[in-house]
Write a protein that binds this ligand. Structure first.
Ligand SMILES: Cc1cc2nc3c(=O)[nH]c(=O)nc-3n(C[C@H](O)[C@H](O)[C@H](O)COP(=O)(O)OP(=O)(O)OC[C@H]3O[C@@H](n4cnc5c(N)ncnc54)[C@H](O)[C@@H]3O)c2cc1C
Length: 398
């Protein structure tokens, strides 16, 4: 959507200034209201204008966008302390497939301080180009600075598709970017394909996971999507691949950082990170109460695994949300997933059914989890899990 002001009809009443939720997005110049580059075209000012001088039109924006001017598949390379998030490499591999279908290039978009070394990895995972904004201001993720820099990059280089990991940061700023450049964004995609009209088909679960919706962005560019970690498969890196490194000088200055990060305190998690783990042991409502989650943790510890949970357990307050596996929790794709006392609701399966091997322990032989399980144990988890832990300890200590 696009908002603009008809100068001749502005009476200089300043009513629009009060209606605007964004600081400095409208200013007065020679008694006339003017939109600045802070305007996100939300349209909040339109109705405030007594002289009908502010207009908003979706069609105008669509006409302004020359779809054919956009080319290339971009992937945001999220990094922390100079180490890229796994989802960035997963998306580079996916981006490569999309770009090959479109006959275009793949580019990684890298922001940080002293992170140039990551470009090698970006090329190894399939990128032809790497746009690098390397500056102390980008040392830590900051919503405003990162949003501004990426918006500038998109406006200058006009990519056709931009993919972000659906991480906390990706979710935080992808939507802002979409609004600023007036395009669409589909969150939490589980499948991305290119159709015969060169359109990105963005598929994601809808209505509580009961249907899969395929969404297209047909009038605006770039087409933007977020994908959760572990949904796409990471390929093998090829370190013989070379690419073009393009340094980007953004106009981000100190004043763009609206808060200061004084210290980063790591949340101490006893077990392995769920999304990155090779083995996950999860407990469901069948564990019976928070006091019994320790048997899940003990089995997880024995297997050097991460401990997860179903939403029923999280909603009951037995474990924190960061342990939740499923549609509204984390997506995991470990080599081994052990589901203890979990029925196998569709929303839970959405987060774990691509695991290589699934072991289900449930006292109900008809529980749907057995439909996706590689191995099933019908029995009381309070007996089976401690026994399994004991046997594994014996075997592993041999
Ligand atoms: C929009 C939406 C999003 C959702 N997102 C998620 C999500 O991200 N993740 C998620 O998990 N759920 C999610 N849900 C909830 C989901 O629908 C289920 O309600 C939930 O997964 C059930 O959790 P559960 O399997 O632990 O509990 P239940 O369905 O109650 O199953 C408990 C199982 O334990 C077994 N059991 C009981 N006692 C024992 C025992 N002693 N030994 C062995 N087995 C035993 C029972 O036979 C049963 O199969 C979502 C729902 C909606 C509507």
């Amino acid at each position: 959507m696009s908002v603009w002001i008809i100068k001749d009809e502005c009476i200089g009443c300043e009513a629009c200034l009060d209606s605007c939720p964004y600081p400095e997005a409208i200013k007065m110049e020679d008694g006339i209201a003017v939109l600045t580059d802070k305007c996100v075209h939300c349209g909040a000012c339109v109705d405030s204008c007594p002289s009908d001088a502010i207009k908003m039109d979706d069609k105008k924006a669509a006409e302004e966008v020359g779809l054919e001017d956009y080319a290339g598949v971009w992937v945001f390379i999220e990094q922390r302390d100079g180490k890229a998030a796994g989802v960035a490499y997963e998306l580079l591999c996916e981006g490569r497939k999309l770009a090959d279908k479109l006959g275009t290039h793949v580019a990684g978009v890298l922001l940080g301080d002293n992170v140039e070394h990551l470009a090698k990895e970006v090329f190894a995972y399939g990128a032809d180009k790497c746009y690098l904004a390397d500056h102390p201001l980008f040392k830590n993720y900051q919503t405003d600075a990162y949003t501004k820099a990426i918006v500038e990059m998109i406006q200058e280089y006009k990519p056709e598709i931009v993919l972000f990991g659906a991480t906390n940061n990706g979710r935080d700023f992808a939507a802002r970017i979409a609004v600023r450049i007036r395009t669409g964004l589909t969150a939490d995609c589980t499948e991305l394909t290119i159709d015969d009209d060169r359109m990105l088909n963005q598929t994601r679960p809808a209505f509580g996971g009961n249907v899969m919706a395929t969404i297209i962005t047909d009038k605006h560019r770039p087409q933007m999507a977020t994908v959760r970690p572990k949904v796409m498969k990471k390929g093998e890196p090829d370190y013989s691949r070379q690419g073009e490194l393009i340094r980007f000088e953004s106009s981000v200055v100190e004043e763009d950082l609206h808060y200061q990060i004084l210290d980063i305190v790591e949340h101490a998690i006893k077990t392995v990170n769920l999304a990155e783990a090779d083995i996950v042991v999860s407990g469901g409502r069948g564990i019976g109460g928070p006091e019994n989650y320790c048997i899940i943790e003990e089995l997880a510890e024995t297997l050097k695994a991460a401990a997860g949970a179903s939403r029923a357990v999280v909603d009951a307050g037995w474990v924190p949300h960061y342990r939740q596996v499923g549609q509204t929790g984390k997506t995991v794709a470990p080599k081994l997933y052990v589901a203890c006392g979990i029925s196998g609701a569709i929303q839970h399966l959405a987060g774990m059914q691509t695991s290589d091997k699934i072991v289900a322990i449930n006292k109900d032989p008809d529980a749907p989890i057995f439909n996706v399980a590689t191995y099933g144990i019908v029995g009381d988890l309070h007996k089976v899990v401690p026994l399994l832990t004991k046997k594994l300890k014996e075997e592993l200590n041999k």
